[in-house]
Structures are given as structure tokens and as C-alpha cells.
Design a protein around this ligand. Sequence first.
Ligand code: NAP
Length: 272
Amino acid sequence: MRILVTGATGLLGKSLCPLLDREGWQYWACNSKIFDITNTKMVNEIMNKISLDFIIHLAGFTNIDQAEDNPKKAFDVNALGTKNIASIAKKHNIPILYVSTDNVFDGKSNTPYKPSDATNPINVYGKSKLEGEREIIKATKKFYILRTSWLYGQGGYVDAMLTFSNFRKEISIVNDQIGCPTCADDVSEKIIELIKTNAPYGIYHVSSSGSASWLDFTKKIFEFKKRNVEVSAIDKSDFPRPAKRPRYCVLDSRDILPDWKNSLEKYLASKN
Ligand SMILES: NC(=O)c1ccc[n+]([C@@H]2O[C@H](COP(=O)([O-])OP(=O)(O)OC[C@H]3O[C@@H](n4cnc5c(N)ncnc54)[C@H](OP(=O)(O)O)[C@@H]3O)[C@@H](O)[C@H]2O)c1
């Protein structure tokens, strides 16, 4: 199995690549320094020279607030870049797995979003990722679109909160934004499973079971690690940011991943 992994140096890529090693699969781990997915000519030149069986496309412009300030960059990476990578999948007639986001929904629902639910992104990041999904679907039938949410892993939010707790004893966290914290390791295992089982192509929602506000999530981090930090609640409106966030963005994952608290506890057990 020869796999192209874009975005291999990102949060999810760092979790996934060791699992590809475990499986004994050959892969080419890429980031923007190896090649820029927005450079159509370069992508085509490089890809014409290599032989591939599968593409895992993780590369993305992921800073939600910066996307609002620089929509061109967000669309270049998330839409044009994805179009370029999807065209390689088409040319080689191989499957492509694209990781997308809960931000393709507007957050107005009161129940978890199913893969078939209507999309309606309310920020530039969500719009550009949805455009990426459309490019994939336009290019090939051999696709997995895997939407996930609130990813944490090496160097992410949970690690940042642990570092924070070494220096500060109080923090205010948003209480009126609901989603599902999801461990990158769980998503990576799911990616391996989809590939190994030749799962049917289509759109998948892959996040932990259950739901939480950022406040619930943050409190659990400190509780599990016995860190003495006082966490107080604020509303989104008390903490204005450039990008709107969906109010409720829980993905209906049909319980394919463990409850978020169990995964968080497991992740934290491996941390000092
Ligand atoms: N993090 C989350 O909470 C979350 C939630 C839902 C969905 N997702 C999606 O999951 C995927 C992985 O997210 P992540 O958190 O691992 O992202 P990340 O940590 O921000 O990493 C982004 C990766 O994309 C690469 N990249 C960016 N621009 C590129 C370009 N022009 N050409 C080639 N590579 C480029 C980066 O390479 P450099 O290091 O060289 O910049 C890096 O390897 C993304 O598509 C994201 O939209 C993430």
C-alpha cells in the first residue's frame, strides 16, 4: 500500500503517521514545505512521477479566525488545494480520504447532525472546507469524506490547558458553544479501519460520543489531572472573535467512537 498523506505534520497527521508505520504501509508524509497543494502545476508535476494506491488528505488552512481575515488563503488551501489533490486521485483512479469539519453546519439544530443533513456554514473556514468536499465529490466516486470536530492531540488544546495550569490558577471559558471534543488518536484509528475494511465510500461523521461545552471540556481536563484551576463560565458574546462559531455542532457518529470523557481520560493518562 503506497499512500500520499498531505498535512502529515499537523495535529492529526502526527497521530496518524505512527499508525501507518504500525500497519507496515508505505507512505509519503507531506506538508507545505515539501509541496504546496495550492500550486497546481507543481502538484501535477510531482504526482505524475509517483505511483500511489491511496490518498489521505489532511492538509488544510485550519485557523478559523485567520480564515475570516484572509478568505482567499483559506479558499486557496481548502478548496483549490483539495481540488488539486482530488484530481490526482481521479487521474490515478485511487480512493481519497478527506478530513472535513463540523463547521460545514450552521449550529442551529438541537439534535446531532447526520451526514445527510443540509450544510450551511456560517464562517469562511466552514465555507472553504465545504467547497473542498464539493471538489472531492465532483472529481471521483471513490471518496471518504470524514467530518470530525474539536480535535485534540499532541500540542493541541488539552496540552495547552495543562501547560496553562502550571502558571495560572483561574480561567474563563465559553459555556454556550456545544460540540464534541474528539481525540485525534481515535480518528486516526477510524481512518485505518475504513481503509482496512474497504468500507463503503461516502460521508462519515467521526467524533466522540456525547457532547460538551468548552467549559465542560476544560473542567474535565483539570479534574482528571487534579489541577487546581478555577474555571468560570462566560458567554460567546463576552469573548468576541473574528469568526462566528456554530452554537451547537454535535455530529451524529452513531456511537462509533467512545464517550469523549473516556477518551480524554485515556489521553491524559499518557501525560505528565
Ligand atoms: N483541528 C481540529 O479541531 C479539526 C476539526 C475538524 C476537522 N479538521 C480538519 O482536519 C484536518 C487536519 O487538521 P489539523 O488540526 O491536523 O491541522 P493543522 O494542525 O493545522 O495542520 C495543517 C497541516 O496542513 C498542512 N498545510 C497547510 N497548508 C498547506 C499547503 N498550502 N500545502 C501543503 N500542506 C499544507 C500543514 O503543513 P505546514 O506544517 O507545512 O504548514 C500541516 O501539515 C484539516 O483538514 C482540518 O480542516 C480539524
